[in-house]
Design a protein around this ligand. Structure first.
Ligand code: SAM
Length: 214
């Protein structure tokens, strides 16, 4: 997957230098300089329109948040939400998640959120799933040893696949539920745009935590 280069999009993103650092690779290992503090870093991969990450940033001013997103059409909506909320503890990386290690140094990240990632149901596309072991190996490097990944999905096949991939990469699984909204883990849950749609349709949400194996 490559970034689509629509005329003027890069210029539009460049008008938000505090929210969309286009030189993010230069901050690898020193994001504290970007934010001006040493607060923990939580990252949502495939952030879409950004309701989840901007709400968390609003609720937790002492955590620095990142929304990572490839497609500018949705990313710009997330950026505008952060701007409207006047958030200073959030940044967006307009990149392919495959390149995540170019943006975060080993152990620089405290938490990763994967929300309603594309399921890529065909077996031949398994490597594109964001919980494929090749992706998990990258996440394992950038997460610190107390870090964890929180996964939410509506897709049973992706959930089953992900549990197996986490186990293969020796992540420690816990707090697993097949019906988040009728479980004890719903307290404090912040919904994403996709989640709100699925829940309104009566669909069950699968969720788990995968802790770093260190
Ligand atoms: N997390 C949001 C939610 O729950 O509402 C969006 C879910 S949407 C199904 C998945 C998002 O992940 C899309 O916005 C897509 O562009 C993004 N995405 C998928 N693969 C990606 C990749 N390799 N790098 C960056 N973003 C990616």
């Amino acid at each position: 997957m490559r970034l689509r280069k629509k005329p003027g999009v890069r210029e539009a993103m460049a008008t938000y230098p505090k929210l969309v650092p286009l030189n993010g690779e230069e901050y690898r290992g020193r994001w504290r300089e970007f934010f001006g503090n040493d607060n923990p870093i939580h990252v949502e991969l495939g952030t879409g329109k950004g309701n989840f990450i901007t709400t968390l940033a609003e609720q937790n001013p002492h955590i620095n948040y990142f929304g990572v997103e490839l497609y500018e059409e949705v990313l710009i909506k997330a950026v505008k939400k952060a701007e409207a909320k006047e958030l200073t503890n959030i940044a967006f990386l307009w990149i392919n998640i495959r390149d995540i290690e170019n943006y975060f140094a080993p152990e620089e990240v405290d938490r990763i959120y994967l929300n309603f990632s594309d399921p890529w149901p065909k077996k031949r596309h398994a490597k594109r799933r964001l919980t494929h072991s090749e992706f998990l190996a990258k996440y394992k490097k950038i997460l610190n040893s107390n870090g964890f990944i929180q996964l939410k999905t509506d897709n049973e096949g992706l959930f089953e696949f992900s549990l197996n991939e986490f186990a293969q990469e020796l992540f420690l699984l816990k707090d697993i539920t097949f019906d988040l909204h009728n479980s004890e883990y719903v307290e404090g849950n912040v919904m994403t745009e996709y989640e709100a749609k699925f829940v309104s349709q009566g669909m069950k949400i699968y969720r788990c935590i995968a802790a770093h194996p260190a």
